[in-house]
Design a protein around this ligand. Structure first.
Ligand SMILES: [Zn+2]
Length: 321
């Protein structure tokens, strides 16, 4: 058991970042968003992708990760291979690491990155409105669909940072000014929970939480369930759609703070010496009522992602195809 746990932890920690929402969550969000498109937008999507079902486009950017190894459903796909070679940093587009007490996302903060999820959403929009040729229309639409879904996964925007001078009593430091990258948990990817401390908090939100929302592994059933949660009045983002991704990142980091509330951090594994120490992993206990308390949040964030995606595709000034 110890061996299995160690291997699992090592594998998870070696991965650059979890897949937001996992395949089930992405496909359910994509299916629901497809059903919320205006008719003329649905026709445009169909023309670009050859289908008006966004479920397949939803997972394209995640499936690219295995193309370099020649494995996965896109292995040998010429467009995917060329995209991966041209944009070798695409695995970094899925997130931004904001401290939990961040008031609002801003491109000028030191926590934003030139290739973070907000910038890449806007880069994809620029192609679809005829202001850029960075991607082909189908690449831009697939990138946009996936990343708008990712940005509403709270742990793809908020990240914990720790003071681990006493590794047996690490302290969560949420204020932006006190945080350094080497002390961060990469959106919960370094946080291990559960009885054996084998469960990665980020993966819990990507997959376990998603499966528990409607008690199903079927994307169509989950999409139908999520449809009942949509709150179009509250979730519609006001103003110019070019600024919507920033607003969604701000909302998501606030949700991330609530995701981490009540978690007790019990021990830190640290690499390096003195000032150059970095966080390897951190052990944590979830509150007993964590699952029941966070279930409505997971359901709302999944439904919100579908609503945001459809709202954006319905709003933009399409210039392609
Ligand atoms: Zn992703």
């Amino acid at each position: 058991m110890i061996c299995r746990c160690f291997l699992l932890a090592a594998l998870l920690l070696a991965a650059p970042r979890g897949f937001a929402w996992g395949k089930l969550g992405h496909e359910a969000i994509g299916t629901l968003a497809s059903n919320l498109l205006h008719e003329e937008v649905r026709l445009r999507v169909n023309k670009i992708l050859g289908t008006d079902d966004l479920a397949e486009a939803s997972v394209w950017l995640d499936e690219l990760r295995s193309v370099g190894r020649g494995t996965g459903p896109l292995a040998g796909d010429a467009d995917a291979v060329a995209f991966n070679e041209k944009f070798s940093d695409n695995h970094e587009w899925h997130f931004v690491n904001l401290p939990l007490e961040t008031t609002a996302y801003s491109v000028s903060t030191r926590f934003a990155a030139p290739n973070d999820v907000v910038r890449q959403i806007n880069a994809a929009i620029a192609v679809l409105v005829g202001k850029s040729q960075k991607f082909t229309p189908s690449q831009a639409l697939r990138v946009l669909v996936h990343l708008v879904e990712d940005i509403d996964q709270p742990l793809h925007v908020g990240t914990g940072c720790f003071d681990f001078r006493n590794p047996r009593a690490p302290k969560l430091v949420s204020a932006p000014g006190e945080r350094t990258a080497s002390h961060g948990d990469l959106g919960g990817n370094k946080v291990l929970t559960g009885q054996s401390k084998c469960d990665n908090l980020h993966s819990y939100w990507d997959t376990t939480r998603v499966e528990q929302v409607a008690g199903t592994g079927d994307a169509d059933k989950l999409a139908a369930h999520l449809r009942t949660s949509i709150n179009s009045t509250t979730w519609h983002t006001p103003g110019d759609y070019h600024a919507w991704a920033e607003a969604w990142a701000t909302d998501s980091v606030h949700e991330a703070a609530a995701v981490c509330r009540g978690i007790v951090f019990t021990g830190a594994k640290v690499n390096g010496e003195s000032e150059r120490k970095t966080l390897e992993s951190i052990e944590a206990d979830l509150p007993k009522d964590y699952e029941s308390k966070q279930k409505p949040r997971a359901q709302a964030q999944l439904a919100k992602a579908a609503f945001h995606l459809a709202d954006l595709l319905n709003a933009i000034d399409w210039k392609v195809p």
